[in-house]
Design a protein. Structure first.
Length: 190
């Protein structure tokens, strides 16, 4: 196994273990899950702090999400773009939130600070997708606010499922529909 492959295997094996155990996870547990010797994990990362940092880097890596946002930016209406981006944002946060939440229980504030910075970047990128020139006039609020609230809905959904062990995700189409068009229907006059 090449060094890069060992590193990737250790990081990927660490994600669910950190999500479950937080900072209490041991390098021995991670090495066993990755199928490498403990000494190899120490040699590759130099210690637990560097390994935890590599896992945070891995889950916060925006590469796949950015690629999806670029593709979504080419779609027609803002409604189509939000529906298309919702799955990608939800999937990204489903990986990120368990790790960041578990590490938030420790004494190191860096993962939470890096998460906050990554969310600001995501909101900025999403604002660009939402506020395309053709739709800018249709928005009742600045694209940055629309993006912040939309990401906030996904964060609330992710944290809610994490904290309360809910297994059912809110239906994305319904959430997006409510977000775009509100919860109230036309007033009925009898």
């Amino acid at each position: 196994m090449l060094a890069a492959d060992r590193r990737r295997a250790v990081v990927e094996a660490a994600v669910p273990l950190i999500a479950h155990h937080g900072e209490a996870v041991t390098i021995q547990q991670i090495a066993a899950a990755a199928g490498v010797a403990t000494a190899t994990a120490f040699r590759v990362f130099g210690g637990k702090a560097a390994l935890l940092g590599a896992v945070v880097d891995h889950v916060l890596d925006p590469t796949d999400l950015d690629r999806h946002l670029v593709a979504v930016g080419r779609l027609g209406s803002v409604e189509e773009r939000l529906r298309a981006v919702g799955d990608a944002v939800g999937s990204h946060l489903a990986t990120v939130l368990p790790v960041i939440s578990a590490l938030d229980q420790g004494s190191n504030a860096e993962p939470q600070q890096r998460f906050a910075a990554s969310m600001e970047r995501l909101i900025g990128r999403l604002a660009g997708v939402v506020g395309e020139a053709d739709d800018a006039a249709r928005l009742r609020h600045p694209a940055s606010l629309v993006a912040r609230v939309y990401v906030g809905l996904h964060l609330a959904e992710g944290y809610g499922r994490r904290r309360h062990a809910a297994t059912d995700r809110l239906p994305l189409d319904e959430v997006t529909e409510m977000f775009l068009h509100g919860a109230l229907g036309p007033v009925r006059v009898d």
